[in-house]
Design a protein around this ligand. Structure first.
Ligand code: 0YR
Ligand code: MG
Length: 371
């Protein structure tokens, strides 16, 4: 499996609506930014990270792949998994300029492509290569109904439809208005409409400060929430530890953390109850597994954040024993040779060999942007 070429790509895929907002971002497209890696024996591996489709920064990611990682990969044996990851992830010159950010998410794409190659060479879906499925059915929770930009009446209608017609039992709603009482009112309305048996999680995308969160949680506890995700600034361990001690609502976070060490810091501080690694922000599958194992050894549930919109995470979630469910946002699935599928609120187990990241030629033609 000698590596012959490393070819980056940038796709900007339109969402299923004109735009959505959470408390901190408004987006119209999802960026699928990554690389195809080919071997001398004719295999093609695909890996990508997820972005908000901001072309100038997407081009920094692809430039990092082609200028910094490709020269370290050409001629190497793609089956040498751990050694290659160490060569890339512990490269002193690259660590000097970034142990987080662009270098890390570029490495995520590369590492996923290498695993995709290994799974294809083994003729197995990735979940099988990783040791097999640890669960019969992986439950999905639906984030796509609950954006902050959705007015209350539409929110109620979409939540009802997800539960009553589409078969979901679990949903997530965005919060994070300047006035948290607006969020509380939306939550109470949805809880009232759906009854007590539906799982409702909330996500503030890092927007509020500690006093706002404490005041909000005191009232929100009555709504029965599965978790409160990213209540405060992503790196603020101390405030999350204080909030975790002061509310009965479990804290979830991780989608903005770049390293296994960052997760360990939150876990050690008892600042997180639901661990949410993202394979497209950590240094790929290799580091994702480190985080999931760390969480598991502390008996904490893992529910990945889907920066890949589930394509790769469905494999990781089926195979890792710490997983309890997986987020569902169906924005980019039709770009892939094997799109994720959810039926009756459960992810179907992928069958094709690989890591679920293989793009279709049609998607590349339709959505490619200049490198
Ligand atoms: C839009 N899921 C998230 C999207 C979503 C973000 O900014 O990236 O809301 O990925 O927080 O849990
Ligand atoms: Mg989130």
């Amino acid at each position: 499996m000698k590596i012959r070429s490393v070819e980056p790509f940038i796709l900007h895929v339109p969402l299923n609506v004109a735009s959505i907002s959470d408390s901190t971002h408004t987006i119209t497209h999802w960026g699928v930014v990554g690389t195809r890696i080919t071997t001398e024996d004719g295999l093609e591996g695909y890996g990508f990270t997820g972005t908000h489709a901001h072309l100038p920064s997407d081009q920094l990611i692809t430039r990092c792949i082609s200028a910094c990682y490709a020269p370290l990969l050409i001629g190497e044996d793609a089956s040498d998994g751990t050694r290659l990851w160490l060569k890339l992830a512990r490269n002193p010159a690259l660590q000097w300029v970034g142990r987080a950010g662009i270098t890390q998410i570029a490495l995520a794409a590369v590492d996923i492509a290498l695993w995709d190659l290994r799974a294809k060479a083994a003729r197995m879906p990735l979940w099988k290569l990783l040791g097999g499925a640890t669960t019969e059915k992986l439950e999905a929770y639906n984030t796509d109904i609950g954006w902050l930009s959705i007015p209350k009446d539409t929110l109620l209608e979409r939540s009802r439809r997800a539960i009553e017609e589409e078969g979901f039992r679990r949903i997530k709603l965005k919060v994070g208005h300047d006035d948290p009482m607006i969020d509380l009112d939306r939550l109470e309305a949805v809880r009232k409409a759906l009854g007590p048996n539906v799982t409702i999680a909330i996500d503030a995308n890092g927007r509020w400060d500690l006093p706002t969160c404490q005041r909000f949680c005191e009232k929100a506890e009555a709504v029965s929430l599965h978790w409160f995700e990213e209540p405060m600034w992503y790196d603020d361990v101390r405030s999350h530890a204080i909030l975790a001690r002061s509310t009965r609502i479990p804290i979830a976070l991780g989608e903005q953390l770049y390293t296994a060490e960052a997760f360990s810091t939150f876990i050690d501080a008892e600042a997180v109850q639901y661990v949410q690694p993202d394979v497209t922000r950590l240094a790929g599958i290799t580091e994702y597994l480190q985080v999931a194992d760390r969480a598991h050894s502390s008996r904490l549930p893992v529910v990945a954040h889907v920066g890949d919109m589930g394509q790769v995470h469905v494999h990781l979630s089926y195979s890792h024993p710490a997983t309890t469910m997986l987020e569902y946002i169906p924005w980019i699935k039709d770009c892939f040779a094997e799109p994720i599928r959810v039926e009756n609120g459960y992810y179907l187990r992928p069958e094709m060999p690989g890591a679920g990241a293989t793009l279709t030629a049609a998607a590349i033609v339709s959505y490619a942007k200049p490198l």
